[in-house]
Write a new protein. Structure first.
Lengths: 795, 163
C-alpha cells in the first residue's frame, strides 16, 4: 500500500493527543448515563434469587399501584429469543418461563426516579418452583433429560458445543516423541470490570423512530437484535453509542437492559434510562470462561514440538453468548507462534446455572495459552534447553501456514523474544538470581479481526465515508465503536497522514446507525486493520483528487504535490504551497462536492477447507513475548511481580503511545488474572456470586501493578493499513504464563491452577519441600538446570 | 455549599449522596458513578481541598463546605490544568471514565507536595484508591510526574496574579 509519490509518515508512528480525550478530562463528555431527556423515566430490573427455577406466577399489581410507577414488562413481552451468534439464539430479554442463574432478569419497571423503581421491584411478587441447579460443567453434561436441561432452547441437554479436530497423526507422533509432557490446568473465570457500568436510554422520537443510546461495543449487532426481538424493521430504529467507559469484550452483545428500555419507552411514550448497579454488571458478566484443560505435548530431543493433544472442558454458564466461537477458539488459536508437527483438540462447552461467559480480551485463547506455555517451560527444564531458545527453535516464521491451515503473513515473534531477552538481562541475570527470585518467559499470537462476520454475508466488513469541506476540514463517518482504545484517533491519524491535515481539523463521527456506514463493532481486534483499511481507501481517493487539482493549477505532475502540515506543497519547490482550504476549494471546483467511501473485506485464502476451518482465520496475526521477574516469599506464599517486559509485534504503530497503552493495559489485565481475579459463584449460597463488587472481586490497584516495560516490534503485514495489525488483545495472553514460569524459576513450583493466591503458592512450596526431603527432587536452584533435568529423568 | 467557587443552594432528600446531587441536581456529570459503594474512586471530588468519595458522602455533609469537581479543575488553572494537559499528552486517559476521579486525587497530591520532587511510589500511594481498568496505570504515573513541573509554574502565575 505505500505509495512512492510523496514523503511518508508525517503523522504515522508519532505521539498524538487523542481526538476526544481532553473533553473527557474536563468532565464534559457525555457518556450514556450522563444523558438526560425531558420527562425521562428510570428503569430497574427485578432479578432472580434462584439459580434454576420455574416461574409459577408474577403479580405486578402492587408495584403498578405505587404512585410514580409508569409501566412494567416481563418475559411475556419478549418471547422472541436472541443471541449474538445466529445459530445459538438461546436467551430472552427477560425470563419467559424459568430463570437459569441468580441474577437472571424477571421484570423491568419504569418509574419517575430510581428510588421509586426500586420500591416497585420490591413490591412485585414472584412465585418460583426451585429446580435442581448445576454448577459443575461435568455434572451438568452427565444429565440429558429435559427436566435437568438448563437452557430452555437447548436440544442437546447441557451440551452447548463440542468441537473435535485433528491435524496430522497425533498418536503416532506422541509415541515416537523423545519427551511427552503431560499436564492438567485450570483457568478460573474472570470478568471485564470496566469502570463504566452498562447503561442504556431509549426514546421514541415524534416521527416514530426508536432511538437507543447504549454503552455497547457492537452497535450494529444491537441494532439487528433490537429489530428482531421488538419486531420493528431496522430502518425504524437508530442505535447510538455515546462515548464509552471501557468494555474489554463485556459490552459486545445485546444485554437485557437495551430491550427493556426500548419496550418501556414504547409503552410509556417517555424516554427511559437504565443504569446497571455494579452488582448487576457482575451478573451480566460474559467474561472469561473457566476452562479445565488436559495437555499432552510431544517433543523431539532438540525441543521441537511434534504433537499437541488437548482436551478441554469449558464452563459456559446459562447461555451461549459467543460460546460456539469460544469453543473453536480454545483450540484453533493455539497454532502459532510455534510450529506443531501434529495437533488434536477436543473442546466441550457446557451450560451451567451461572452467569453466562463470553468474550473477554483475548477471547477463548488466553486459557489454552496458559497451559501451552507452561508445557513448553516444563519441556525446557526436562530437556535442558533455555526456555527462550526452545521457543526460538519452534518459531513458525513468516509467510507460512499453521498446522490447522491458517495462513500467517508477517511475523515479528523472533524479534519480540530478542527484545525481552535483552531488556531483562535474561542471559546474565537468570543464572545468578537467588532462591525466591525468578524470571519466566512466554509467547503468544492473536488475530487482527476474524475472516468472516458473525452473520454470513458477502458485504464489506467495514466501511468509512469521508467528506472534505471548503474550510479545510475533514469529516469522517464510521460505524466503528471507540471503546477507549482510541479507534476514533486511529481514523483521524490515517486521514491526517493522507490529506495533510492536523488532527484538530478532523471530526470523527462514529457509531451512530443513522449517520454512519455499517461497521461490525469493536471485537476480535478488528478495527485497526479492517476499519483502518476502509478509511485509507477513502482517504487515498480524496488525496488523489486534491493533488490532481493542485497539480493542474501549478502545471506540474501530480506526484510533485505533497499534502502535509495543513498545506499542499510542491515537493521540488517547497516555497510553493497553498493551505489545505485552498487546495480543497480547487478540488471541489473541479470535481464537485468532495466525498468518498472506502470499504474493506477480507481475503478468502486464509484458511483450510474443513468444517470450522474459517473460525480463527484472520487477515493478519500479531505476536507477543512477555518476560516476568518475580519475588516469591516462601514464608507467606506472596508473589511480588517486580517487572514485566513485553514486546508486541503490531505490524506498524500508527500512534505510538496509544499502542504502548494497549500493550500496558493488556499486560496489566493478565497480571490481575494471574494473581487475584476470580469470578465464581458460591455453591453454598444457591449460586449467588461470590463477591459482586470491586472490593471483593479484586482488580489490581496502582500499588499492586508491577512496572511494565512495553516495547513495540513492527513486522508490517501486507494486509494491514500501512502494515498495521492489532495491539489491544494479543499482549494479554502470555502475561499470565510468563508469571507462572517465573514463579517456577524462583522457587521450583508449578502452579497449574489460577489465580496464584498465597495459599496455593504456599501449599505448593510445602509440597515441594516434602518431596525434596523424601529425596524425590533435588533442592531448587542448588544445581545447574542440566543436572536437575538429569535428576528428574531418573526420578 | 460552594461548588467550584460558586455558592449554590440545593434541596435534596436526606438519604441522597453528594454524587447524586452533583450529577442529578447540578448537572456536574464529570464526577462518575462506577460502583456507588466506595470501591472504585471514579466519583472522587475534593471537599475543602481533600479528596473524598462523593458516593459515600451524604449531600448534607457538604453543607457550608467547598466542593471541587473535575469541572472546577481547569477553571482553577484558567482553562486547562497542567494535569489535564499532561494526561492528554501521555494518552493517560483511554476510556477516560476513571480520569476525573484520578485527576482530583492527583491534584491534591501535587498541592501537598509543592516544591518537592515526587517519586513513582508516592504517586501510586496517593492514587491507590482510584481504579483504572484500561491503562495498567503506567501512563497515568508518567503524566502525574510530568505535570508536577507545570503545576509549579501555575502556582507562581497565580501568586503573581494575586499581587
Amino acid at each position: 500500500m505505500p505509495s512512492e509519490d510523496r514523503d511518508r509518515d508525517w503523522q504515522l508512528g508519532q505521539v498524538h493527543r487523542k481526538v476526544d480525550a481532553m473533553e473527557r478530562m474536563r468532565g464534559v463528555t457525555r457518556y450514556t448515563d450522563d444523558l438526560k431527556l425531558p420527562g425521562m423515566l428510570h428503569a430497574k430490573i427485578l432479578r432472580s434469587p434462584h439459580a434454576h427455577a420455574r416461574i409459577k406466577s408474577i403479580d405486578l399489581a402492587p408495584a403498578l399501584a405505587i404512585p410514580g410507577v409508569f409501566a412494567a414488562v416481563t418475559g411475556q413481552d419478549f418471547k422472541i429469543p436472541y443471541g449474538i451468534i445466529p445459530w445459538t439464539q438461546d436467551e430472552n430479554a427477560l425470563a419467559v418461563d424459568k430463570v437459569c442463574h441468580v441474577g437472571d432478569g424477571v421484570v423491568a419497571v419504569a418509574a419517575i426516579d430510581e428510588d421509586t423503581a426500586n420500591a416497585a421491584c420490591k413490591a412485585i411478587r414472584v412465585e418460583y418452583e426451585v429446580l435442581r441447579a448445576f454448577f459443575d460443567p461435568e455434572e451438568a453434561l452427565a444429565v440429558r433429560d429435559r427436566e435437568n436441561t438448563i437452557n430452555p432452547y437447548s436440544r442437546k441437554g447441557n451440551l452447548s458445543k463440542h468441537v473435535d479436530l485433528e491435524f496430522g497423526e497425533v498418536d503416532k507422533e506422541l509415541a515416537a516423541a523423545e519427551l511427552v509432557v503431560e499436564g492438567e490446568y485450570f483457568f478460573e473465570g474472570t470478568t471485564h470490570a470496566a469502570i463504566e457500568p452498562h447503561c442504556a436510554l431509549a426514546h421514541v422520537e415524534t416521527n416514530g423512530i426508536l432511538t437507543v443510546w447504549s454503552a455497547t461495543q457492537v452497535s450494529h449487532y444491537l441494532h439487528r437484535e433490537l429489530a428482531k426481538v421488538l419486531e420493528i424493521p431496522p430502518h425504524r430504529i437508530r442505535v447510538i453509542q455515546p462515548p464509552l467507559g471501557g468494555a474489554f469484550g463485556g459490552k459486545s452483545e445485546p444485554f437485557d437492559l437495551e430491550f427493556c428500555v426500548a419496550k418501556l419507552a414504547i409503552k410509556t411514550g417517555r424516554p427511559v434510562k437504565l443504569l446497571y448497579t455494579r452488582e448487576e454488571v457482575f451478573y451480566a458478566h460474559r467474561g472469561r470462561h473457566p476452562m479445565k484443560m488436559k495437555y499432552r505435548t510431544g517433543f523431539d530431543a532438540d525441543g521441537k514440538i511434534k504433537a499437541v493433544d488437548a482436551k478441554t472442558i469449558i464452563d459456559g454458564g446459562a447461555y451461549s453468548s459467543f460460546g460456539l466461537v469460544t469453543t473453536y477458539y480454545s483450540g484453533q488459536l493455539l497454532c502459532a507462534p510455534y510450529n506443531f508437527g501434529s495437533y488434536r483438540f477436543d473442546s466441550t462447552r457446557a451450560y451451567t446455572n451461572k452467569p453466562a461467559c463470553g468474550p473477554k480480551r483475548g477471547h477463548g485463547s488466553v486459557q489454552p495459552r496458559f497451559a501451552m506455555e507452561i508445557q513448553l517451560d516444563k519441556a525446557a527444564v526436562l530437556l535442558g534447553i533455555d526456555p527462550i531458545e526452545l521457543r526460538r527453535r519452534n518459531d513458525i516464521g513468516a509467510d507460512t501456514r499453521t498446522v490447522n491451515e491458517f495462513k500467517v503473513g508477517s511475523n515479528g515473534f523472533r524479534e519480540c523474544l530478542e527484545k525481552v531477552e535483552t531488556a531483562s538481562g535474561w542471559k546474565q541475570r537468570r543464572p545468578t538470581l537467588p532462591y525466591g527470585r525468578g524470571l519466566g518467559v512466554a509467547g503468544s499470537t492473536y488475530i487482527s479481526g476474524t475472516n468472516y462476520p458473525i452473520y454470513p454475508n458477502d458485504m464489506p466488513q467495514a466501511g468509512v465515508q469521508i467528506c472534505l469541506d471548503r474550510s479545510g476540514r475533514a469529516r469522517v463517518f464510521s460505524g466503528a465503536n471507540d471503546i477507549g482504545q482510541g479507534s476514533n484517533t486511529m481514523l483521524a491519524v490515517i486521514v491526517s497522514e493522507e490529506l495533510g491535515l492536523p488532527l484538530d481539523d478532523i471530526r470523527v463521527l462514529s457509531a451512530d446507525t443513522d449517520l454512519c456506514p455499517v461497521d461490525l463493532g469493536a471485537y476480535s481486534s478488528r478495527i485497526t486493520l479492517m476499519v483502518g483499511n476502509a478509511c485509507l481507501a477513502a482517504a487515498q481517493k480524496l488525496r488523489s483528487r486534491v493533488c490532481e487539482s493542485v497539480a493542474k493549477r501549478w502545471q506540474v505532475p501530480k506526484n510533485r504535490v505533497v499534502l502535509a502540515g495543513r498545506m499542499a506543497i510542491d515537493r521540488e519547490d517547497p516555497e510553493r504551497h497553498v493551505d489545505s482550504a485552498q487546495a480543497f476549494q480547487w478540488a471541489e471546483a473541479d470535481h464537485g462536492l468532495l466525498g468518498e467511501v472506502g470499504s474493506y473485506n477480507t481475503p478468502k485464502d486464509r484458511h483450510g477447507d474443513y468444517r470450522g476451518g474459517t473460525i480463527g482465520a484472520s487477515p493478519a496475526y500479531s505476536f507477543t513475548a512477555h518476560l516476568a521477574e518475580v519475588e516469591v516469599d516462601p514464608e507467606t506464599g506472596i508473589v511480588d511481580v517486580k517487572t514485566i517486559w513485553v514486546a508486541h509485534d503490531c505490524g506498524k504503530a500508527l500512534s505510538r503511545r496509544i499502542v504502548e497503552g494497549q500493550i500496558e493495559g493488556s499486560t496489566y489485565m493478565g497480571f490481575g488474572e494471574a494473581l487475584m481475579e476470580e469470578h465464581k459463584v458460591d455453591v453454598g449460597h444457591r449460586g449467588a456470586h461470590a463477591g459482586p463488587s470491586l472490593l471483593d472481586y479484586r482488580i489490581p490497584t496502582f500499588l499492586d501493578t508491577p512496572e511494565i516495560a512495553a516495547m513495540i516490534v513492527e513486522a508490517p503485514d501486507a494486509n494491514g493499513p500501512y502494515g498495521a495489525k492489532e495491539a489491544g488483545e494479543g499482549p494479554l495472553h502470555s502475561s499470565i504464563p510468563a508469571i507462572a514460569n517465573a514463579i517456577y524459576d524462583a522457587v521450583g513450583i508449578r502452579l497449574d491452577r489460577l489465580p496464584f493466591t498465597p495459599q496455593r503458592v504456599l501449599a505448593a512450596i510445602r509440597e515441594r519441600a516434602r518431596r525434596e526431603a523424601a529425596g524425590e527432587l533435588p533442592p531448587h536452584k542448588s544445581s545447574s538446570i542440566a543436572s536437575e533435568a538429569d535428576a528428574r529423568k531418573i526420578a | 455549599m460552594t461548588v467550584n467557587g460558586e455558592s449554590v443552594q440545593v434541596a435534596a432528600p436526606a438519604h441522597h449522596t453528594l454524587l447524586e446531587v452533583l450529577r442529578y441536581k447540578l448537572d456536574l456529570i464529570g464526577t462518575k458513578q462506577g460502583c456507588d459503594k466506595g470501591d472504585c474512586g471514579a466519583c472522587t471530588v475534593q471537599i475543602d481541598g481533600v479528596p473524598q468519595l462523593a458516593c459515600l458522602t451524604l449531600a448534607v455533609h457538604a453543607q457550608d463546605r467547598a466542593v471541587t469537581t473535575v469541572e472546577g479543575l481547569g477553571q482553577q488553572a484558567g482553562g486547562c490544568h497542567p494535569l489535564q494537559d499532561a494526561f492528554d499528552r501521555w494518552n493517560a486517559a483511554q476510556c477516560g471514565f476513571c480520569t476525573p476521579g484520578i485527576l482530583m486525587s492527583a491534584e491534591a497530591l501535587l498541592r501537598k507536595n509543592r516544591g518537592q520532587t515526587l517519586t513513582r511510589a508516592q504517586v501510586c500511594e496517593a492514587l491507590a484508591g482510584n481504579l483504572c481498568r484500561c491503562t495498567g496505570y503506567t501512563k497515568i504515573i508518567d503524566a502525574v510526574l510530568d505535570a508536577a513541573a507545570g503545576f509549579e509554574a501555575m502556582k507562581v502565575e497565580e501568586a503573581r496574579h494575586a499581587e
